[in-house]
Design a protein around this ligand. Structure first.
Ligand SMILES: C[S@@+](CC[C@H](N)C(=O)[O-])C[C@H]1O[C@@H](n2cnc3c(N)ncnc32)[C@H](O)[C@@H]1O
Length: 392
């Protein structure tokens, strides 16, 4: 299929602009940001690339159709009229999920059932069978009703795009990979600068920064639902993967430095760094209290996600940590500092007003990304690479 596909990339609220920038870099057309999603037009090749390369989106959908739906009859006939026999092979599995917002059709299970029935009817016109086995490629269908407008989409990603494949074990409050990548892309981090995370936990920010610096596609070693779609085709996917593989700068040396007070999360971070293939590029992980943070780099970037103190009783301790972070970073005049937290009193505790603030959602939690950008490094500046464990 070489026609243009109408697509949409869903993402966390606040990251739409970053997703749009990533899509621009891929070269797709008609990019439009909405709340929690970015719509665009793409060729089948670009759909593969969007899945392979988008670091900050949750999923990429192919829009099968949009139409007004005030009643179940409208929904049924709208879905029935879409070209399902061209989209779904006879063996396709097509579970239906749904959401409804500000619409007369408010029962999501009922809408899902109507959509399923309409697709079956449409397929029966092409395939003369009583029951569809649904044991073939996966085409998850989504019906989204917003202000009585139905959008019917197919999930081209499968498991969420945050599933990069390196996180096998979970720490207590790990940052989602997509949000961590967003924090890096919103910062001044560049591969020739050092990156510090003094509350690194399981290492997500460092790993996402490492992959960005090495131009490593986040989806390089995982699978996607649309690999099994006949009208996308395996060979397109293989080509997109080969191209991504050829961009990967495996031998670039970086300075990515993480520390944390908890030795258990540090061993997780070590495991994840190796699983992400970053064991030999320059990631250094140290057990260290934030009060002992004593870096030796100039023009470094700090991106961090300290404990938020979401529970009332934990707030004083979280504010004391923010104050400590403010104290240990005060003398770092050439640095750029970035901090994600849900604590609205962060700036007061930290001791400095942010130059920029951006509202971002960490799951359901509304946070602010406090930004203290510093000066640009001089021409030709290069950070001191981290010492690798086997060089000590
Ligand atoms: C919200 S978590 C960071 C999660 C991390 N971004 C990830 O993706 O896994 C906050 C981290 O701060 C660490 N921490 C708490 N108190 C600390 C202290 N006094 N000094 C250094 N780290 C501390 C915790 O061990 C925890 O790993």
């Amino acid at each position: 299929m070489s026609r243009t596909l109408e697509c949409s990339a869903t993402c966390a609220f606040g990251l739409e602009g970053v997703v749009a920038r990533e899509l621009e870099a891929i070269g797709v057309q008609g990019i439009r940001s909405e709340n929690g999603s970015v719509t665009f037009q793409a060729s089948a090749e670009e759909l593969c690339q969007a899945n392979l390369w988008l670091r900050t989106a949750d999923r990429v959908w192919v829009v099968a159709g949009r139409f007004p739906a005030h009643s179940f009859e409208d929904l049924f006939s709208g879905v029935r009229g879409l070209p399902w026999p061209d989209l779904l092979p006879r063996q396709a599995a097509f579970p239906v999920e749904g959401m409804s917002h500000n619409s007369q059709l408010s029962s999501v299970p009922a809408c899902q059932a109507v959509v399923k029935k309409a697709i079956v009817e449409s397929l029966k016109a092409r395939y003369p069978v009583e029951r569809f086995p649904e044991d073939g490629p996966m085409f998850k269908v989504r019906v989204a009703l917003v202000k009585d407008q139905a959008t019917i989409s197919l999930d081209s990603s499968g498991p969420g795009l945050h599933r990069r494949g390196y996180r096998k074990l979970t720490a207590e409050a790990p940052l989602r990979e997509t949000l961590a990548a967003g924090l890096v892309l919103l910062s001044y981090y560049q591969p020739d600068r050092a990156l510090y995370d003094p509350f690194c936990g399981s290492g997500t920010i460092l790993i996402e920064a490492g992959w960005i610096a090495l131009d490593r596609a986040p989806g390089l070693t995982r699978n996607f639902a649309s690999e099994g779609w006949p009208w996308i085709g395996r060979s397109r996917w293989e080509r997109a993967r080969r191209q991504a593989e050829s961009r990967h700068l495996r031998n670039r040396r970086l300075a990515l430095l993480g520390s944390d007070a908890d030795p258990r999360v540090l061993s997780l971070a070590r495991y994840h760094v190796h699983a992400a293939g970053l064991g030999k590029v320059g990631v250094s992980l140290l057990r260290r209290e934030v009060r002992d943070f004593a870096p030796d780099q100039e023009y470094a970037v700090m991106i961090t996600n300290p404990p938020y103190g979401e529970r009332q009783q934990d707030r004083p301790a979280a504010r004391a940590l923010a104050a400590e972070l403010g104290r240990v970073t005060e003398r770092l005049k050439t640095w750029s500092l970035y901090c994600l937290t849900s604590d609205s009193e962060f700036e007061r505790a930290f001791g400095r007003k942010a130059i920029r603030k951006r509202k971002l959602y960490n799951g359901m939690l509304q946070c602010n990304y406090y930004q203290y950008p510093g000066p640009r490094p001089p021409q030709g500046f290069a950070a001191i690479p981290s010492v690798l464990p086997d060089e000590v």
